[in-house]
Structure formats: structure tokens, C-alpha cells
Design a protein around this ligand. Structure first.
Ligand SMILES: [Zn+2]
Length: 443
């Protein structure tokens, strides 16, 4: 979970570091050519990028057409299921979805060039959306996709890797999830992210860090100038560090309002734990509350009124249970039931709950686990599935592309073992992942 330092420090936690991560991460940071990375990660798709890079004429590659047939195809919007259904993908998009009859022409049009996957006895759902991840390396992107998150929203990256990652799906299908990028964390201590952009250098002289509304707005504007889709900030310290108290206030309503204003219309996601912190963030106009453990009744009402979304990151909070650090273990045990109750009440009172894992690096909690935890918190399996599909797609501005399998939409899907409308854990049992029309996993 969130045992990682989100204070914009680029280093991965030692436990999550593998030799390969170091190589791939370092290569990305150092701007090494894709060919160099490919030799470390042996991905054929990367070889392709490297080859064309040398010529300076990179052409997007596309996956061959794909027909996924025989499964029960689920529409999370309506809850309808097409038995013995067929999904036809071409050029990374959905060409057709429906019964054998209604998809017959589309299947014929892709002809014998199409790859076929037999999904009989299984369920087919749209690619899931994880609205809170931290991906700083290609290995991180790959781990997210393989775990079933075909679209993600970044909860910040160290050096704008998420902004660069956003371009990959259009070039190399299946290499990375579709990305809404946040850039660097707008937080008092930028750590090594001070090196993410020369415009940040003056902030290194601030003894107390980024706390004035002018400096907060400056960091936000640097993010905007780097092309972020969303902005990530905080009201409270981290829960995943024993020495920090997540109920202290880091940024108040006025400071968070400075972020929202400087974001110039881009949605702001705010890490917040305490009742005061959450309330200030909601009234400052953030788009979503991340974690939100101690949200008050009054703030839940305000969230419903403003359509502020709620990303409880149950996998991250409950993931503290069993930590070798007794403070974190106790925190996990205390916070998890409080957060589950908050999720249930917020959902019942009309707040849109969305699924985010707070996965960091290659330490990925499968997004299906968050769906199961939302069911444990009291959502129906369909509503929990929506939290990772239609509701998340709406939050990310992808209602017409993601969250459902629909003609012209993203060619992203999962084949899972079990009926996700009956069983909250079904989407944890992933058998096939298709991202941007490419089969990235088939067990
Ligand atoms: Zn996070």
C-alpha cells in the first residue's frame, strides 16, 4: 500500500525494489534509448519502438483483430449480460459487441486475420479503471495492466513519467494503461521532484517548503505547463508512515483553493484523512477525496451536493493490517472498519464511490481486489463493479470510451472466472487481459 513515500521522492521502497526495476526505472530517468530498456525488459513491442526511433519515423503499431467469443458479456451500466456473447476488436477499439447473431458481420469482416479467444464458461467485463496509482517506470505500467487496470488516473509521479506514459497506448498497444496524468505532487516537501523541472528550482530555497498560496499556485502551474490532465494535492500527512499523524493538517481550505484555482479547470484529487482536512478539500472544490477515512456526516452531504467523488483506497488502508511496524498494523486495524462504514454511508447518500488501489511501482494491488473490498464494505457487486468501470470512466472523462464495451470505445477487456454480478471477488480471478486490442495476459 501506501507505505511508499508520496512526498514526491522518486526512490521505491526497498521491499518493492527488484534489480530489474532499478534498471528500467533508472533507464527512464536517465533518458536512455528505448533499445537500452528493451534489452533489460525483453519486450518485443519495445524493440519495435527502438527500431523506428533510430529512423526518427516512429509509426504506431496496432494489434491484429481479436474475437473474444462464448463468454457471458457484462454491461456494468445496465447490469445486462449477453450469454454466449462475442466481442470484436480492431485497431485497438471495439468494432462490435453482442450476440453471435448481431456480431456476425463484424466477425466476418475481420476474417481469418483475427486472433480468437474462447471465453466460454467465463465472464467478459470491460477493462477495469484504477483511479489512484503511482507509476514511475515501464515495469510499473506493465504490472498495472497485467493486474487488470487498463485505464488509470495517476496520483502523482516523481518526474512527469506519467505524462510521458500517456503517449504509449497510441504507439505500442498493451505496453501501458491509458493514463490521466497528474505530474508531481503539490505538497510542502517536493523532495527530489524539485529536479523535475527547472521552474521548480527557486522553491529549493524555501525553509518551510511549499506553503504560501503563491508557491502552491506556482507548483500547480508548472504541472499545468507540463501538460497534466489532473492535479494531485493533500490536506493531511500520510497514513503509511508510522512517524506521521494523518490527522494533522498540511493544507487548509485556503491553500487547497489556491491549487484548485491554479489548476484552471483541471480536476484536483486530494489526499485527505481528517474530518477537517476532508471538509476543507471538498469546500475548496476538489473533484475527489482520496482515502477519506474520517469524513464527517456533514461533509458526506456536501460531497453528494457537489458531486465530489470518493476514492477510499480500501486495499491500501486494509493493507496496513499485518505490517511488521506495530503502529501501521494498529492504524490499519483502526481505520479499516471506520473507512468501510464511511464508504457504505457515502454510497447510500448518493456520493459516487470509485475504485483506486494507491498501487505504487510494481507493488500493485489488483484493481479487482478493491472491487471485492467495496462489496465487503456494503456495495452490491454491480455497484462495486461500476466503481471500477462506468463511475471511474465518468470521473476520468472517458464515459464514451471506457467502463463499458461499446462500438468505437476502448478495446480493453478482461475475461474472469466467476459472475461479477453475484460475486465481488470474481474480478480478482483474471484469466485474460486485453489492453488497446492487444492480449497482454492469457493464463
Ligand atoms: Zn497515493
Amino acid at each position: 500500500m501506501c507505505l511508499h513515500d508520496h512526498d514526491a521522492t522518486p526512490s521505491l521502497p526497498p521491499a518493492a525494489l527488484s534489480r530489474r526495476n532499478v534498471i528500467v526505472g533508472a533507464a527512464v530517468l536517465a533518458g536512455v534509448t528505448a533499445g537500452g530498456i528493451a534489452s533489460a525488459s525483453s519486450a518485443s513491442a519495445l524493440d519495435e519502438v527502438a527500431t523506428s526511433s533510430r529512423t526518427g519515423s516512429v509509426r504506431p503499431s496496432t494489434a491484429p483483430p481479436l474475437v473474444v467469443e462464448g463468454g457471458s458479456v457484462v454491461d456494468p451500466l445496465t447490469g445486462h449480460v449477453v450469454e454466449d456473447g462475442v466481442v470484436v476488436l480492431r485497431d485497438g477499439r471495439v468494432l462490435a459487441v453482442g450476440s453471435r447473431d448481431t456480431t456476425r458481420r463484424a466477425v466476418a469482416s475481420v476474417g481469418s486475420a483475427a486472433r480468437r479467444i474462447d471465453a466460454s464458461g467465463r465472464w467478459v467485463v470491460p477493462g477495469l479503471i484504477d483511479v489512484h496509482v503511482h507509476a514511475n517506470a515501464l515495469a510499473d505500467a506493465r504490472a498495472l495492466v497485467r493486474a487488470g487496470a487498463t485505464s488509470v488516473r495517476s496520483g502523482s509521479s516523481s518526474f512527469y513519467q506519467d505524462v510521458a506514459m500517456r503517449s504509449l497506448p497510441d504507439r505500442v498497444p498493451g505496453l501501458a494503461p491509458r493514463m490521466r496524468a497528474a505530474g508531481i505532487f503539490v505538497s510542502p516537501q517536493l523532495g527530489d521532484s524539485l529536479l523535475a523541472d527547472p521552474e521548480l528550482a527557486p522553491l529549493a530555497a524555501l525553509p518551510g517548503g511549499v506553503t504560501s498560496t503563491a508557491d502552491i499556485a506556482h507548483v500547480t502551474r508548472v504541472n499545468v505547463s507540463r501538460g497534466v490532465d489532473v492535479v494531485k494535492t493533500r490536506a493531511n500527512p500520510r497514513a503509511g508512515l508510522a512517524e506521521q499523524d494523518p490527522r494533522e493538517l498540511v493544507y487548509d481550505r485556503e491553500q487547497l483553493s489556491a491549487v484548485v484555482r491554479a489548476a484552471s479547470g483541471r480536476p484536483v484529487l486530494c489526499h485527505a484523512y481528517s474530518a477537517e482536512g476532508i471538509d476543507g478539500a471538498v469546500r475548496a472544490g476538489v473533484r475527489s477525496i482520496e482515502h477519506g477515512v474520517f469524513v464527517s456526516d456533514a461533509t458526506i452531504s456536501e460531497m453528494a451536493r457537489r458531486d465530489t467523488h470518493f476514492t477510499p483506497t480500501l486495499a491500501a488502508i486494509s493493507g496496513m493490517i499485518g505490517s511488521t511496524d506495530p503502529v501501521l498494523d494498529a492504524r490499519g486495524r483502526e481505520y479499516t472498519p471506520i473507512l468501510m462504514k464511511a464508504v457504505r454511508e457515502a454510497h447510500e447518500r448518493g456520493v459516487t464511490v470509485v475504485a483506486g488501489t494507491d498501487s505504487f511501482g510494481t507493488d500493485v494491488d489488483p484493481i479487482g481486489s478493491e472491487v471485492r473490498l467495496l462489496v465487503e464494505a456494503g456495495l452490491t457487486p454491480l455497484d462495486a463493479l461500476r466503481a471500477a468501470t462506468t463511475s471511474a470512466a465518468r470521473l476520468l472523462g472517458w464515459s464514451r470510451q471506457a467502463g463499458r464495451l461499446m462500438p468505437g470505445g476502448f478495446g480493453d477487456l478482461l475475461v474472469v472466472d466467476g459472475n461479477p454480478l453475484d460475486d465481488g471477488s470474481a474480478v480478482e480471478r483474471v484469466r485474460v487481459v486485453v489492453a488497446q486490442g492487444a492480449v497482454v495476459r492469457q493464463d
